[in-house]
Design a protein around this ligand. Structure first.
Ligand code: NDP
Length: 296
């Protein structure tokens, strides 16, 4: 049995961790709000730890799934921190949609202690996490990727080695920035069409049979916007963070084109206006408010 620690029982972390609460793994969980870890332990037989250090002690692999790399970094130090519990030869697998620069810094610090690091952000949403069919984008050396594979395999279906540390996070951020571009562009286009007298339903029927279609136009708008359902599956705050990371990667790499920066500014504005709990698709509400039209 391989001992695993999982930290961060949020919307996607919880279903991911469930796959690790069974043989050939033994699982210890830690969550900032202790009640969630206790509840998880009750329903799965995993052990709930009192501190990150307690969770990491004896673990061969520590898996984190937190909002940003900042929170991951904040758990490393101090008497109750991860580093105090992790042994040389163990490995941190970070499934946060984090940022490359912070991950490189974390990897270097852990490396000094003989602890491995792989960034392994996921896509596929909470449904993919429940089904164990996530796509996992991994950054790290090839040997670390192979070592981490059996753990990641428990919740992932498509495992991709992207390159050195941080490249998983870079790829994940660009993927999500494309989602943000699609949501905003589809919302803006449909608002213009609605004001020009074209029903959004008719517009989507045409777009989805034509070259402008995307997952956003085929699924998100018909199911969430036109119905006004706006279910809360992935927080706008997290997408804002992801687009900001992608814009940062583009700046760092001297890509002299403005779309990612502009999208980042639009999603920062939407996040500020709609708050922490809004779903990412609700960004469309901002376009509607600015345009004085509802996409229904
Ligand atoms: P949630 O907001 O649902 O959960 C966040 C988790 O992080 C909770 O366990 C929370 O603990 C913990 N946390 C927050 N702040 C701190 C802190 N300062 N110190 C310690 N723990 C903290 O997020 P998700 O589960 O949705 O997302 C997690 C990561 O996965 C993000 O990077 C996100 O971008 C990514 N992701 C999410 C997807 C989704 O569909 N939800 C899809 C793909 C990637 P507490 O219980 O105490 O609040």
């Amino acid at each position: 049995m391989t001992q695993i620690a999982f930290l961060g029982l949020g919307a996607i972390g919880t279903p991911m961790a469930r796959h690790l609460a069974q043989p050939p793994f033994t699982l210890t969980v830690w969550n900032r709000t202790r009640a969630r870890a206790d509840e998880f332990a009750r329903s799965t037989g995993a052990r709930a730890a009192a501190t990150p250090r307690d969770a990491a002690t004896g673990a061969v692999f520590v898996v984190t799934c937190l909002p940003t790399s900042r929170e991951v970094e904040s758990l490393l130090d101090g008497a109750d921190g991860l580093i105090a519990g992790m042994a040389s030869g163990s490995m941190l697998i970070d499934c946060t949609s984090g940022d490359p620069a912070t991950s490189r810094r974390i990897a270097a610090r852990l490396g000094e202690r003989g602890i491995g690091f792989v960034d392994a952000p996921v896509s596929g949403g909470t449904v993919g996490a429940e089904r164990g069919t996530l796509t996992v984008m991994c950054g790290g050396d090839a040997e670390s990727f192979e070592r981490a594979r059996p753990v990641i395999d428990a919740f992932g279906e498509k495992l991709v080695h992207c390159g050195p540390v941080g490249t998983g996070h870079a790829l994940k951020s660009v993927n999500n920035a494309l989602l943000a571009v699609h949501v905003w562009a589809t919302g803006e286009g449909l608002a213009a069409l609605a004001k020009a007298g074209v029903s959004p339903k008719i517009a989507l029927d045409v777009i989805n049979a034509s070259s402008g279609r995307s997952n956003t136009s085929q699924n998100l708008f018909p199911e969430r916007v036109l119905t006004r359902a706006f279910p809360r599956t992935f927080r706008l705050a997290l997408l804002d963070k992801d687009v900001g990371i992608a814009a940062g990667v583009a700046r760092e790499q001297h890509v002299a084109s403005p779309l990612l920066q502009l999208t980042s500014e639009l999603f920062r504005a939407a996040h500020t206006l709609l708050g922490e709990e809004a779903d990412h698709v609700e960004a469309v509400r901002v376009i509607e408010a600015w345009s004085g039209v509802e996409i229904t």
